[in-house]
Write a protein that binds this ligand. Structure first.
Ligand code: TIU
Length: 234
Protein backbone atom coordinates (compact mmCIF):
# COMPACT_ATOMS: atom_id res chain seq x y z
CA UNK A 1 0.00 0.00 0.00
CA UNK A 2 1.53 3.38 -0.90
CA UNK A 3 1.73 6.38 1.42
CA UNK A 4 -1.22 8.27 -0.07
CA UNK A 5 -3.48 5.27 0.46
CA UNK A 6 -2.39 4.45 3.99
CA UNK A 7 -2.67 8.06 5.15
CA UNK A 8 -6.25 8.71 4.04
CA UNK A 9 -9.15 7.92 6.33
CA UNK A 10 -11.32 4.88 5.57
CA UNK A 11 -14.69 3.92 6.98
CA UNK A 12 -16.05 0.54 8.14
CA UNK A 13 -19.75 -0.10 8.58
CA UNK A 14 -20.02 -0.84 12.31
CA UNK A 15 -22.16 -0.54 15.44
CA UNK A 16 -23.03 1.89 16.89
CA UNK A 17 -21.88 4.03 13.92
CA UNK A 18 -19.25 3.87 11.16
CA UNK A 19 -15.67 3.36 12.33
CA UNK A 20 -13.18 5.81 10.78
CA UNK A 21 -9.54 4.78 10.62
CA UNK A 22 -6.35 5.82 8.92
CA UNK A 23 -4.58 2.62 7.80
CA UNK A 24 -1.11 4.01 8.58
CA UNK A 25 -2.24 4.48 12.20
CA UNK A 26 -3.95 1.10 12.58
CA UNK A 27 -2.85 -2.27 13.91
CA UNK A 28 -4.42 -5.72 14.15
CA UNK A 29 -4.14 -7.08 17.69
CA UNK A 30 -4.86 -10.82 18.00
CA UNK A 31 -5.48 -11.90 21.57
CA UNK A 32 -4.42 -15.28 23.00
CA UNK A 33 -5.19 -17.61 20.07
CA UNK A 34 -3.23 -20.27 21.98
CA UNK A 35 -3.33 -24.02 21.62
CA UNK A 36 -4.33 -24.53 25.27
CA UNK A 37 -7.47 -22.42 24.80
CA UNK A 38 -8.49 -23.63 21.33
CA UNK A 39 -7.31 -27.14 20.61
CA UNK A 40 -9.18 -30.31 21.48
CA UNK A 41 -7.27 -31.96 24.33
CA UNK A 42 -5.96 -28.64 25.65
CA UNK A 43 -6.37 -26.94 29.03
CA UNK A 44 -9.64 -25.23 28.03
CA UNK A 45 -11.28 -28.50 27.07
CA UNK A 46 -9.79 -30.22 30.14
CA UNK A 47 -11.79 -27.74 32.25
CA UNK A 48 -14.97 -28.91 30.51
CA UNK A 49 -15.28 -26.08 27.99
CA UNK A 50 -16.67 -26.46 24.46
CA UNK A 51 -13.69 -25.46 22.29
CA UNK A 52 -15.83 -25.45 19.13
CA UNK A 53 -17.22 -22.12 20.35
CA UNK A 54 -13.70 -20.73 19.98
CA UNK A 55 -12.62 -22.71 16.93
CA UNK A 56 -15.25 -21.04 14.71
CA UNK A 57 -13.13 -17.86 14.99
CA UNK A 58 -10.06 -19.45 13.37
CA UNK A 59 -11.09 -19.17 9.74
CA UNK A 60 -12.35 -15.54 9.93
CA UNK A 61 -9.14 -14.60 11.78
CA UNK A 62 -7.05 -16.36 9.14
CA UNK A 63 -8.71 -14.37 6.35
CA UNK A 64 -8.49 -11.08 8.23
CA UNK A 65 -4.83 -11.72 9.07
CA UNK A 66 -4.08 -12.42 5.39
CA UNK A 67 -5.79 -9.19 4.31
CA UNK A 68 -4.03 -7.19 7.00
CA UNK A 69 -0.65 -8.60 6.03
CA UNK A 70 -1.39 -7.98 2.33
CA UNK A 71 -2.11 -4.33 3.15
CA UNK A 72 1.31 -4.08 4.80
CA UNK A 73 -0.11 -2.94 8.16
CA UNK A 74 1.21 -3.97 11.59
CA UNK A 75 0.02 -7.14 13.30
CA UNK A 76 0.64 -7.93 16.97
CA UNK A 77 -0.15 -11.16 18.82
CA UNK A 78 -0.56 -11.82 22.53
CA UNK A 79 -0.20 -14.94 24.65
CA UNK A 80 -1.41 -15.32 28.23
CA UNK A 81 1.13 -17.11 30.37
CA UNK A 82 3.79 -17.08 33.04
CA UNK A 83 7.47 -17.60 33.67
CA UNK A 84 8.50 -21.22 34.33
CA UNK A 85 9.45 -20.31 37.93
CA UNK A 86 5.95 -18.81 38.44
CA UNK A 87 7.48 -15.64 39.88
CA UNK A 88 5.00 -13.48 37.91
CA UNK A 89 1.96 -15.57 38.87
CA UNK A 90 -0.15 -13.97 41.60
CA UNK A 91 -1.04 -16.62 44.20
CA UNK A 92 -4.69 -15.55 43.85
CA UNK A 93 -4.64 -16.38 40.13
CA UNK A 94 -3.03 -19.76 40.82
CA UNK A 95 -5.66 -20.62 43.44
CA UNK A 96 -8.70 -19.28 41.56
CA UNK A 97 -11.22 -21.83 40.35
CA UNK A 98 -10.14 -24.50 42.85
CA UNK A 99 -9.59 -26.92 40.00
CA UNK A 100 -7.39 -29.96 40.54
CA UNK A 101 -4.82 -28.76 38.03
CA UNK A 102 -3.98 -25.09 37.69
CA UNK A 103 -1.44 -22.79 36.04
CA UNK A 104 2.06 -24.28 36.17
CA UNK A 105 0.88 -27.86 36.70
CA UNK A 106 1.46 -30.55 34.07
CA UNK A 107 -1.34 -30.38 31.49
CA UNK A 108 -2.22 -32.16 28.26
CA UNK A 109 0.17 -29.97 26.21
CA UNK A 110 2.95 -29.29 28.69
CA UNK A 111 2.84 -27.15 31.84
CA UNK A 112 -0.38 -25.14 31.83
CA UNK A 113 0.02 -21.53 30.59
CA UNK A 114 3.80 -21.56 30.98
CA UNK A 115 5.91 -19.76 28.38
CA UNK A 116 7.82 -22.13 26.14
CA UNK A 117 5.37 -25.02 26.59
CA UNK A 118 3.53 -26.33 23.48
CA UNK A 119 0.07 -25.48 24.82
CA UNK A 120 1.06 -21.89 25.50
CA UNK A 121 1.99 -21.21 21.90
CA UNK A 122 -0.21 -19.77 19.16
CA UNK A 123 -2.20 -22.14 16.95
CA UNK A 124 -0.46 -22.95 13.65
CA UNK A 125 -3.27 -21.42 11.54
CA UNK A 126 -2.46 -17.94 12.89
CA UNK A 127 1.23 -18.34 13.64
CA UNK A 128 3.09 -15.00 13.88
CA UNK A 129 5.64 -13.99 11.28
CA UNK A 130 9.11 -13.23 12.66
CA UNK A 131 8.41 -9.51 12.02
CA UNK A 132 5.21 -9.48 14.11
CA UNK A 133 5.62 -8.65 17.82
CA UNK A 134 4.36 -11.27 20.27
CA UNK A 135 3.35 -9.81 23.62
CA UNK A 136 3.64 -12.25 26.51
CA UNK A 137 1.19 -11.07 29.12
CA UNK A 138 0.69 -12.34 32.69
CA UNK A 139 -2.82 -10.91 33.03
CA UNK A 140 -6.08 -10.82 31.14
CA UNK A 141 -5.49 -7.33 29.72
CA UNK A 142 -2.71 -7.01 27.12
CA UNK A 143 -1.51 -3.66 28.50
CA UNK A 144 -0.92 -4.83 32.09
CA UNK A 145 2.79 -5.49 32.81
CA UNK A 146 3.75 -5.53 29.10
CA UNK A 147 5.42 -3.19 26.59
CA UNK A 148 2.38 -3.17 24.27
CA UNK A 149 1.58 0.53 24.77
CA UNK A 150 5.20 1.54 24.12
CA UNK A 151 5.32 -0.52 20.91
CA UNK A 152 2.02 0.93 19.65
CA UNK A 153 3.22 4.46 20.42
CA UNK A 154 6.47 3.82 18.57
CA UNK A 155 4.48 2.58 15.58
CA UNK A 156 2.24 5.68 15.69
CA UNK A 157 -0.90 3.58 16.22
CA UNK A 158 -4.25 5.14 17.19
CA UNK A 159 -6.69 2.51 15.96
CA UNK A 160 -6.82 -1.15 16.95
CA UNK A 161 -8.78 -3.99 15.40
CA UNK A 162 -8.95 -6.46 18.28
CA UNK A 163 -9.70 -10.17 17.74
CA UNK A 164 -9.14 -13.42 19.61
CA UNK A 165 -10.33 -15.17 22.75
CA UNK A 166 -12.19 -15.00 24.96
CA UNK A 167 -14.67 -12.25 24.18
CA UNK A 168 -15.68 -11.46 27.74
CA UNK A 169 -12.32 -12.04 29.41
CA UNK A 170 -9.08 -11.12 27.61
CA UNK A 171 -10.64 -9.34 24.63
CA UNK A 172 -12.95 -7.21 26.77
CA UNK A 173 -10.26 -6.42 29.33
CA UNK A 174 -7.83 -5.40 26.58
CA UNK A 175 -10.39 -3.23 24.76
CA UNK A 176 -11.18 -1.43 28.02
CA UNK A 177 -7.48 -0.89 28.75
CA UNK A 178 -6.91 0.37 25.19
CA UNK A 179 -9.89 2.71 25.37
CA UNK A 180 -8.54 4.31 28.55
CA UNK A 181 -5.20 4.84 26.79
CA UNK A 182 -6.84 6.70 23.90
CA UNK A 183 -7.07 4.00 21.22
CA UNK A 184 -10.21 3.55 19.09
CA UNK A 185 -10.97 -0.18 19.04
CA UNK A 186 -13.04 -2.14 16.54
CA UNK A 187 -14.01 -5.73 17.36
CA UNK A 188 -15.10 -7.99 14.46
CA UNK A 189 -17.75 -10.22 16.07
CA UNK A 190 -16.89 -13.29 13.98
CA UNK A 191 -13.22 -13.09 15.02
CA UNK A 192 -13.83 -13.22 18.78
CA UNK A 193 -15.14 -16.20 20.72
CA UNK A 194 -16.39 -17.25 24.13
CA UNK A 195 -16.97 -20.73 25.54
CA UNK A 196 -20.39 -19.36 26.57
CA UNK A 197 -22.83 -18.04 23.90
CA UNK A 198 -24.54 -15.71 26.37
CA UNK A 199 -21.20 -14.10 27.28
CA UNK A 200 -20.31 -13.74 23.59
CA UNK A 201 -23.48 -11.73 23.10
CA UNK A 202 -23.16 -9.69 26.30
CA UNK A 203 -19.44 -9.10 25.79
CA UNK A 204 -20.06 -7.54 22.40
CA UNK A 205 -23.07 -5.54 23.59
CA UNK A 206 -21.02 -4.03 26.43
CA UNK A 207 -18.41 -2.72 24.00
CA UNK A 208 -20.82 -0.94 21.65
CA UNK A 209 -23.46 0.20 24.19
CA UNK A 210 -23.94 3.84 25.18
CA UNK A 211 -22.74 5.21 21.88
CA UNK A 212 -19.67 2.95 21.75
CA UNK A 213 -18.59 3.25 25.37
CA UNK A 214 -15.49 1.09 24.77
CA UNK A 215 -15.45 0.80 20.99
CA UNK A 216 -17.16 -0.49 17.86
CA UNK A 217 -18.41 -3.92 16.72
CA UNK A 218 -18.44 -5.07 13.11
CA UNK A 219 -17.39 -8.21 11.22
CA UNK A 220 -14.31 -9.35 9.35
CA UNK A 221 -15.82 -9.11 5.86
CA UNK A 222 -16.48 -5.40 6.41
CA UNK A 223 -12.94 -4.80 7.65
CA UNK A 224 -11.50 -6.65 4.66
CA UNK A 225 -13.76 -4.71 2.27
CA UNK A 226 -12.58 -1.43 3.79
CA UNK A 227 -8.91 -2.43 3.43
CA UNK A 228 -9.60 -3.13 -0.21
CA UNK A 229 -11.10 0.37 -0.71
CA UNK A 230 -7.54 1.60 -0.83
CA UNK A 231 -6.14 0.01 -4.00
CA UNK A 232 -2.67 -1.44 -3.74
CA UNK A 233 -0.21 0.23 -6.07
CA UNK A 234 3.02 -1.32 -4.83
N1 TIU B 1 -7.39 -15.28 27.03
C1 TIU B 1 -8.36 -15.40 27.93
O1 TIU B 1 -9.48 -14.94 27.72
N2 TIU B 1 -8.05 -16.09 29.10
C2 TIU B 1 -8.97 -16.71 29.87
O2 TIU B 1 -8.64 -17.23 30.93
N3 TIU B 1 -10.25 -16.75 29.40
C3 TIU B 1 -11.31 -17.39 29.92
O3 TIU B 1 -12.41 -17.22 29.41
N4 TIU B 1 -11.14 -18.20 30.96
Amino acid sequence: MNVSNVSRSLSIDADPYPYEFVPAQSALLIIDMQRDFLEPGGFGEMLGNDVSQLRRTIDPNRKLLAAWRAAGLPVLHTREGHRPDLSDLPPAKKARGRSQRTIGDPGPMGRILIRGEPGHDIIPELYPLPTEPVIDKPGKGAFFATDLHAILQNYGIRNLVVTGVTTEVCVNTTVREANDRGYDCLVPADCVGSYFPEFQEAGLKMIKAQGGIFGWVSDSSRVIAALQQAPLTA
